[in-house]
Design a protein around this ligand. Structure first.
Ligand code: ADP
Length: 419
């Protein structure tokens, strides 16, 4: 008798044994009996035709009908079930046939089982991969949704805060006005208090403005006003602005002239000033008293690279990209202390995120290099800003006007008349 016919004769015994074993391992699943019947029918059909591919359809169905929770425990359940079925089949064959017949049937069946196991393992891997990918996509969508609601909240909160801030400013100005006619002793007593209100208000306004900038960047709404500029001039004006802070902290700021610093390029002056102000105030904050800050750079094909380096506490490698994320501060927020120029006086963690947004809106990039973080040895940090060497007004905007201005200025530059 052929193996297929022998196997058929064992159907009842096989079905009973297979149902029992699978019920133990997989639990009594409804509809298991018809599945086993179908499986057996296909196995016989495969044997009769000599083509194991007859079994693919049922194995495929078993693998892909697994639920998300079946797949998320990352078991290869169908492969395991097929192994069980293989053992059951071999046992039934051994128990019901004489040795030589049993060996012949087992030998015939073996390649079919191998085919099934290989096919099932392959499909299970795909199903797991699909499941993991869709899980990842779901988590990614959730993160994006969270980030969007965080960004919306920041934007709404920042705009809502602007109105009361303007009110406080207005009332403080009226108070100062009223005080101008007050008796000198009252004036001396109350003036510092009013100054305090102005100072506090200005600080909150800066934070609110930073929050608005962050939400503009997040929503790709940062608009640049391209104008002709010299980076060297931006550095010098920042050095003037920060002179008292540098003096207070006994820090020296060296601005090196480099090819490119006095070249006329197009960019948003105010926004680039904001980038380098953020980098310089950070350099001030994270460098101990008596340290050095240096602005340098070089001209590269199509780009100007500016570096702002300090002799400060440095940044650990694992934080070197995180610090450019919004609220990407290092350390425990519980120990957060604020101070605009105080040593290690951390801010809300927006400065570098804004700098990155502005530099990228210019088509450039920003990154940091530092051997690591060490408050004792102060290895320092070097922030690199790479800006496209734009020598003409970008297409949209007030191109003709600025192009003319740039041409005029460049002519003066070539004659050595302008800087
Ligand atoms: P913050 O408002 O905290 O200064 P930033 O976005 O400007 O926010 O900087 C993020 C973090 O990067 C800072 O909290 C600080 O830990 C680190 N950092 C920035 N600049 C420097 C620097 N020059 N030296 C050392 N650490 C720095």
């Amino acid at each position: 008798m052929e193996s297929a016919a022998i196997l058929k004769s064992l159907y009842d015994a096989w079905l009973k044994a297979a149902t029992e074993v699978l019920a133990q391992t997989a639990g009594t699943k409804q509809g298991m009996q018809p599945q086993l019947e179908r499986f057996f029918g296909l196995l016989v059909q495969a044997l009769e035709t000599g083509d194991p591919a007859w079994l693919d359809s049922i194995v495929y169905l078993w693998v892909w009908s697994q639920t998300d929770s079946d797949l998320s425990d990352s078991r290869i359940a169908v492969v395991e079930a097929l192994q069980e079925l293989m053992q059951v089949t071999m046992r039934v064959v051994r128990e019901h046939l004489d040795d030589s017949q049993a060996i012949r049937v087992m030998e015939t069946l073996l390649p079919y089982w191998l085919h099934m196991l290989e096919y099932a393992a392959n499909q299970e891997m795909r199903a797991q991969l699909d499941h993991t990918t869709s899980e990842l996509e779901r988590v990614q969508r959730e993160l994006e949704r969270l980030d969007k609601s965080k960004s919306d909240f920041i934007s709404v909160a920042a705009h809502e805060l602007k109105t009361p801030l303007t009110l406080i400013e207005g009332y403080a100005a009226m108070l100062r006005e009223t005080l101008s006619t007050a008796a000198p002793e009252v004036l001396a007593q109350v003036s510092p208090l009013v100054d305090g209100i102005f100072k506090g208000n200005a600080r909150i306004r800066e934070i609110v403005d930073d929050l608005i900038d962050v939400s503009l960047i997040d929503n790709d709404m940062l608009k640049l006003a391209f104008q002709p500029l010299w980076l060297g001039q931006i550095f010098r004006s920042l050095a003037d602005d920060l002179a008292s802070a540098l003096q207070e902290r006994n820090l020296t700021l060296k601005i090196n002239r480099f090819p490119g610093s006095n070249r006329l390029i197009f960019g948003d002056v105010e926004r680039l000033q904001q980038v380098f102000r953020n980098l310089l105030t950070n350099a001030i904050k994270y460098t101990p008293d008596g340290g050095r800050i240096t602005i340098d750079g070089r001209l590269l094909p199509g780009f100007i690279e500016v570096t702002v380096s300090d002799t400060g506490i440095g940044i650990a490698p694992e934080y070197q990209s995180v610090i450019f994320d919004k609220f990407g501060r290092i350390g425990d927020p519980q120990t957060h202390s604020s101070g605009k120029i105080r040593f290690k006086g951390g801010g809300p963690g927006l400065g570098l995120a804004i700098a990155k947004g502005i530099v990228e809106a210019h088509g450039g990039s920003i990154w940091v290099e530092s051997p690591g973080y060490d408050e004792e040895t102060c290895p320092g940090s070097i922030f690199h800003v790479l800006l496209p060497l734009r020598e003409e007004q970008p297409e949209d905007g007030k191109a003709p006007l600025f192009a003319k201005l740039a041409a005029y200025i460049r002519k003066g530059e070539q004659k050595g008349g302008l800087k």
